[in-house]
Every structure is written in structure tokens, then in C-alpha cells.
Design a protein around this ligand. Structure first.
Ligand code: F3S
Length: 767
């Protein structure tokens, strides 16, 4: 109790309920009776009822048991918050069940510099920001407006705490693991679970231990730990795992460095990443004005070892990295796992015919804009200034938050950067998420940029699919743009100073934390710590808006066997990008009807080989969403057939919402990507897989499909054979009966019957 009681009231909502967590951990321990890793401790102590969850299980439950979890908090960014809040609104609650925050960061352009870009972006996105702010006021959510900073940096500075469990509607939410939290990126419907106090379900992940030995030095930075690890694991290597770092190498890392490492764990598909409690975490908590929380964390760790793995804890896999010999890495292009050590990068550039020149250098973003990053970069820029040289290409800096911006300005770094010709952009995502209004390179022109960001998919930064983004540490980005040559290795290669004399950069140096403390900057960005809901607030949604629309609940299940028609058969790979394209469609994230016009436009028709083409009964061809809309208007529910790993990629919930909105009631495929399958269930769509894959070939578009024993399965709460019998009636009248598999749990059956998870939660709240 003392850990919690010692925390002053204004820190309460930001401190995990340590005493209660220890109690539940004890329950889990009694049943599972084995040493736990750190990630297990945090997760299992957030299980709603450990006795029910673990009863009858012994030993290892990872990869087997579904955990029902109670997260401590939720964070949402402006693009994904729209649908999360629209769904939350339909539940009829007057406030959120856990503390939550909204962050306006994704919709801000990077072009002319912070002031002008912010003004222009606020004007363009006013109705979205107004909507988010009105929701925040109404439901008692913290609102971090445009210019306040990037979600993950603000979470690290304010909310992340050792032992916390949080959900965030953004894939880089694991950044908070730098402060010892379990922070997981989810879609809006999952966030609504936490916002409404409904247990959030997750299959107990496996745990990958990454043992760090030695100590970073010279040019090597925390970024190199994860760029190197991404090369080892590949983009799928972390799927189904939490990555947990341990070993003596952890002790010498800064807290913000650990956040960088956790942030990019998303690039290997990990559920999240985390670190044990260190002195650097304590220093960071104190520096960010949270000393009472640091004291509580220190006490709970000292007395119970809560914030570190138990002696003898087992990891499903172990990777070892020696920080003393780790060299800088550069990853890319187009995939974050193509990792090349700096010493062989020049050669690799030549071998692959990548551009010889760098076209721009960009540092900052949620991944790398800590004080330590900026101070180390400043040390390089100062050296260059002394030698009288300037960067050869445009140089952009994106501070992660107003606090970082104000502190680096106060400590003179901003002047150093601006003096070197750098453009300081708004405290927002900007060029990291395609909001880079770039005018020096035209579309289609192959070019190479160096960034300290985390993702490098095609067209992600400037919309140009031929821009190759190479990911590395901010120190390496900065040193390389003074050469402008992609083959330049700042550790070994010399440059010429203003007088023509050769010089070699000294390795960067910097401070972990600002000696004179963090400056908060513009205080008007700071929301109230525990805002009370103002129930009378009108939520701002214009009925004529094309970007926002209130949600109508999906209709409940009619209690009859399903009768559907096959709209089309999808051939081959079908990711969430194929199902719900991003790019220009991002604008409509808050308007389900408008964004649904993109449904499956990237999918290939198995019968014709065409993309975005489906055929009606009379042979007329339509764009896929057009035919969906036509069939919806005709009252004809539909099913789409697909092949393996349907819905792989992101947790994008629009890929489930849009088909459902257009009257898709079933997806029948050879296999699903797990998160997408869950998303479909949450929206009331029935996901089934062929018991015999050969049946995919036997069914044709426009065939009628009927379930024969769905009602029985629902009645039995999903228990039984796990199979559903279906009858296909071909257009010539012949019939074919076959089996498909379902994975519906009791809860998911309740969602299905109610029409969606949100309907179900709303019904419960209203009862
Ligand atoms: Fe924003 Fe890029 Fe991070 S989009 S949240 S800065 S990954």
C-alpha cells in the first residue's frame, strides 16, 4: 500500500496502482509457480482475474492463453483518434474509464518551418482538431493541441512509468517501453475497450530476451541496437513476441536511448518492447518533474523486484548484442530490416546502384529527438562550424515536443543548427508521415535521403515512391550531410575545411539530460492534469462535413442462418493496404462512408487478374467498392473469398469497418493475419477459413453461400468442432456443401450477435 499512498494526489493518475498490481501478480505466481520475466510481471499483474485466467494451467502459457487485461491509460493520435472517439461516443458513456490523451501531430505539414507550417495546417485541419478538442472536453480527456509535440515523446515526458500498461492508437506506442512500461499499439476499437473499462484481450505473447553486454561508445548510438537487431530478426521476426532487454549493457543506456530502441521494435513486428528499471529511468522521471513517481517505482522495485525479471526467468528466444563492438548501421531502402554496417555501406551503395549523393538529411521524429540526440548532433555541427563548412544538402530538424524545442533553444543548440542552414520544423510528425511538402525533388526522381526516423516504406516521406529513405542515428545523418556523399564514412573519411585542409570529425559527445533542466516552453500547450468531463460540451461534427461523420451502430444479428453472395475472389497477397488504402484516403479517417470508397481497391480479382474489378450477375464490371455499394443498396449481403494471410500489415481497423459498412458479413479465406481477424470479429463480420483449401477453387463469384449450422455454433458459445457447414449454390443451380473453420470465443459471439463489439459494450453500459 505504501507505494501508492506515498504518491501526492496530482501524481495519482500517472502512477500505476503498484499495490494492486503486486496483489494480482501474487495470484498469478501461486498458480503458474515459476520465475517471470519483466514483461510477464507487468502483463499478468494487469490481468483482470488471474485466478480465472490461469486456473488449471501450469508452467508456460505463452502463445496459448488469451489474457483479459485492464490497461492503465490510453493515448491517441489525431488521425486514428477520430474513429476511436466516434466509436466511443456510440457507447453512451459520460467519461472515459481510464485516463486518456489526444495528440495532434500527424496532420501537420513540414515545409517552411514551424510557425508558418503550423498556421497553415491548423487552418486545413480545423474541423478535425475542433472535433477532437470537443471530445476531449466532453469526456475529460487531455488534449495536446497542434504544435505541442509528437504523441510518443509527450507520453515519455508525461505518462510512461515503469510497470505501467497502456494502449496507444499508433504502431510506435512501444516507445514508452524506454521507461519500463508495456505499451501496445492498437486500433480504435481496441482503445474503446480500455476507454470503456471493458477488458482488452491479448494472446499471452512469447518473450524474446535481448541480452545487452558492454557499453556504447564513439559514434555508436542506441539507434544502432535496433537497426542492427532489425537486420537480424527481419520485419516479421518479432511477431507474437514482446522483446525484453536485459544484461549489464542496459545499465549504461539513457532512458531516451531505450525509448528509441523500443520505438523501432515495431519494425520487427513485436507486440511491444521493454526495459528493466534503471538509474537512468529514475533520472529521467526526476528531470521531467515526476520525482514522487520515481520514488514509488524505486520502492516497489527495491522491496519486490517488480520492475525487473526474476532470477532464472525463461525467454523463448535469446539474442545477444555486445554494445562495445556494435558499429553504426544504416537501414534501407524501402524496408527497415535491410541493415548495413557503416563500414561496408559505401560499397553496398555502389553494388546496388543506389544514388551516390544524399539529397536531404532529416533528424528528430518520435524515434530520435531526445535532448541527448540533439546535444550529440550539436557537437558535430559545432565542429563543422569551426572548420568553416556547411551541410551540402537541405537539413531538417523535427523536435519531438515543445519541451524539447524550448530546451534546445535555451541551451543554444537551435542557434547552432539554424546557423548551419537547418530548418526547424513544427513539433509534429511532418516528413515522417508523408506531410513533407518537398519542392526540391520532383516525383519519380530517384534520390536518397538519410533520416533518423523509424520507417522507410515507399513514398512515406515526400510522396515520391523513388525516394529511398535510409534510416540511421541522428549523429550519422548529420555527419554524412557535410559530405553529401552516400559512401562517406565519418569515422574513417576526412573532409576538407574552408582552407582546403583535411580534417576528421571527432566522435559526437553530449549530455543525457539538460544541465539546467528541461524548459517547458509555451505553457498554453499544457493541458490540465486530470480534466473533469464537461458533459454539456457539444461535439463538433458538421452534418455537411466530408471528413467527419457520426457513426450509426451496425444492425444486430437477425438470428437467422446467413445467406450471402460471393462478391469476388481475391487472388494472392491482400494486406490492410490492399483492403483500406492510406495516402490520400487518410483525410477521410473520420468519415466511414467516404473512406469506404477505397475498400479493397488494391485487391486482384482471381477470375480475371484485374485489380479493383468485380462483376455483377449480368456481367457488368464495377470497381470493387462500387459493386459493394450497389449490392448494399439492393439489400444483398456479401462475402469475399481470399487466400493466405488475409489482412496482414497493420492493425488498421478501417479494413474491417469499411467492408462491414458496405454490408460485407463474412470473409472466407485460406488463412488470416491474426489482428485483422480479431478486427473483423469486433465489427460483426464473421471470419472463416476453409477446412479444405481446395474449396477456394470450387466456389465462384456471384455464387450464393448459406450457413447451415451457424445458429448451433452460436448457441454452443463457439464450443464444439470449431467447424461451420456451408452450402454454395452455383449459378447453374448445382449445390456444393463444405466446411469452414471458425475461431469465435464466447465474447466474440456476443459481439457478433450485437452487431459489433461497440454495440455490445454500449448495450452493457445502457443496461
Ligand atoms: Fe509520427 Fe513518425 Fe512517429 S508519424 S508518431 S513521428 S513514426
Amino acid at each position: 500500500e505504501s507505494f501508492d499512498l506515498g504518491v501526492p494526489p496530482e501524481f495519482k493518475s500517472r502512477t500505476p496502482p503498484y499495490a494492486a498490481l503486486l496483489g494480482r501478480l501474487e495470484q498469478a505466481r501461486k498458480i503458474l509457480d515459476r520465475p517471470f520475466t519483466l514483461a510477464e510481471k507487468i502483463l499478468y499483474s494487469h490481468v483482470v482475474d488471474p485466478e480465472e485466467a490461469f486456473a488449471g494451467k501450469n508452467g508456460n502459457i505463452r502463445g496459448e492463453v488469451y489474457l483479459k487485461l485492464n490497461p492503465d491509460r490510453v493515448a491517441m493520435q489525431d488521425a486514428s483518434a477520430q474513429m476511436a472517439l466516434l466509436q466511443f461516443m456510440t457507447c453512451g458513456m459520460s467519461n472515459t474509464a481510464v485516463p486518456a490523451s489526444i495528440h495532434c501531430d500527424h496532420l501537420i505539414v513540414g515545409h517552411d518551418g514551424a510557425a508558418a507550417d503550423l498556421k497553415a495546417s491548423i487552418a486545413t485541419n480545423k474541423e478535425v482538431f475542433d472535433f477532437l478538442q470537443s471530445c476531449a472536453l466532453k469526456y475529460g480527456i487531455q488534449f495536446w493541441g497542434p504544435g505541442s509535440g509528437i504523441i510518443h515523446q509527450i507520453v515519455l515526458e508525461n505518462f510512461s512509468v515503469p510497470g505501467l500498461m497502456m494502449l496507444g492508437t499508433d504502431s510506435h506506442t512501444p516507445n514508452a517501453g524506454g521507461l519500463g512500461a508495456i505499451a501496445i499499439g492498437v486500433g480504435g476499437a481496441d482503445a474503446v475497450d480500455a476507454l470503456t473499462g471493458t477488458p482488452w484481450e491479448l494472446k499471452a505473447p512469447k518473450i524474446m530476451g535481448v541480452k545487452l553486454t558492454g557499453k556504447l561508445s564513439g559514434w555508436s548510438a542506441p539507434k544502432d541496437v535496433i537497426t542492427h537487431l532489425a537486420g537480424l530478426l527481419t520485419v516479421r521476426g518479432g511477431t507474437g513476441f514482446i522483446i525484453e532487454y536485459f544484461g549489464e549493457g542496459v545499465e549504461a543506456l539513457s532512458c531516451t536511448g531505450m525509448a528509441t530502441i523500443c520505438n523501432m521494435g515495431a519494425e520487427v513486428g513485436a507486440t511491444t518492447s521493454t526495459f528493466p528499471y534503471t538509474d537512468s529511468m529514475k533520472r529521467y522521471l526526476i528531470a521531467t518533474r515526476r520525482e514522487p513517481i520515481a520514488n514509488a517505482a524505486t520502492a516497489v522495485n527495491k522491496m519486490h523486484g517488480f520492475l525487473q525479471a526474476d532470477e532464472g526467468a525463461h525467454y523463448d528466444e535469446i539474442v545477444e548484442i555486445d554494445l562495445s563492438t556494435l558499429e553504426p548501421h544504416i537501414n534501407g531502402p524501402f524496408t527497415p530490416d535491410l541493415s548495413t554496417p557503416l563500414s561496408s555501406f559505401g560499397e553496398t551503395v555502389k553494388e546496388n546502384n543506389w544514388p551516390e549523393k544524399v539529397s536531404a538529411g532529416l533528424i528528430g521524429s518520435c524515434t530520435n529527438s531526445s535532448y541527448q540526440d540533439m546535444s550529440r548532433v550539436a557537437s558535430i555541427v559545432k565542429q563543422a562550424k569551426e572548420k568553416g563548412v556547411q551541410p551540402k544538402v537541405p537539413f531538417f530538424i523535427t523536435p519531438g515536443s515543445e519541451q524539447i524545442r524550448a530546451t534546445i533553444e535555451n541551451d543554444g543548440f537551435t542557434d547552432v543548427f539554424v546557423d548551419a542552414g537547418a530548418k526547424v520544423l513544427a513539433n509534429a510528425c511532418g516528413p515522417c508521415i508523408g506531410q513533407w511538402a518537398r519542392d526540391d525533388v520532383s516525383k519519380g526522381e530517384p534520390n536518397a535521403i538519410l533520416t533518423s526516423f523509424n520507417r522507410n516504406f515507399r513514398a512515406r516521406n515526400d510522396g515520391n515512391p523513388d525516394t529511398m529513405n535510409f534510416l540511421t542515428s541522428p549523429e550519422i545523418v548529420t555527419a554524412m550531410i557535410y559530405s553529401g556523399d552516400m559512401a562517406f564514412n565519418p569515422i574513417t573519411d576526412k573532409l576538407r575545411d574552408a582552407n582546403g585542409n583535411e580534417f576528421l570529425f571527432e566522435p559526437p559527445t553530449g549530455d543525457e539530460l539538460p544541465k539546467s533542466g528541461f524548459k517547458q516552453g509555451d505553457l498554453s500547450y499544457l493541458p490540465e492534469i486530470d480534466p473533469a468531463p464537461i458533459i454539456s460540451t457539444q461535439v463538433a461534427v458538421s452534418p455537411t462535413s466530408d471528413r467527419l461523420a457520426l457513426l450509426e451502430p451496425f444492425e444486430a444479428f437477425d438470428g437467422k442462418e446467413m445467406k450471402l453472395n460471393v462478391l469476388m475472389k481475391v487472388k494472392g497477397k491482400c494486406t490492410t493496404d490492399h483492403i483500406s488504402a492510406a495516402g490520400a484516403w487518410l483525410k477521410y479517417k473520420g468519415h466511414l462512408e467516404n473512406i469506404s470508397n477505397n475498400t479493397l481497391i488494391g485487391a486482384m480479382n482471381e477470375e480475371t487478374g484485374e485489380v479493383n474489378k468485380a462483376y455483377d450477375f449480368d456481367g457488368t464490371g464495377y470497381g470493387i467498392p462500387e459493386l459493394m455499394i450497389k449490392w448494399k443498396d439492393e439489400g444483398r449481403p456479401w462475402v469475399v473469398l481470399a487466400e493466405h494471410n488475409y489482412g496482414e500489415g497493420s492493425a488498421r481497423e478501417h479494413a474491417a469497418l469499411s467492408p462491414r459498412f458496405l454490408n460485407g458479413r463474412m470473409i472466407l479465406c485460406k488463412s488470416f493475419a491474426r489482428i485483422h481477424e480479431t478486427n473483423l470479429k469486433k465489427q460483426g463480420v464473421l471470419p472463416l477459413t476453409f477446412a479444405d483449401e481446395a474449396d477456394y477453387d470450387k466456389i465462384k463469384s456471384c455464387d450464393a453461400l448459406e450457413t447451415l449450422d451457424l445458429l448451433e455454433m452460436l448457441e454452443n458459445e463457439g464450443k464444439g468442432s470449431g467447424l461451420i457447414t456451408l452450402k454454395a449454390t452455383h449459378r447453374d443451380g448445382s449445390e456444393y456443401v463444405f466446411k469452414a473453420k471458425h475461431t469465435m470465443s464466447k465474447d466474440q459471439i456476443d459481439f457478433f450477435k450485437a452487431g459489433s463489439a461497440i454495440n455490445y459494450i454500449g448495450n452493457l453500459r445502457r443496461e
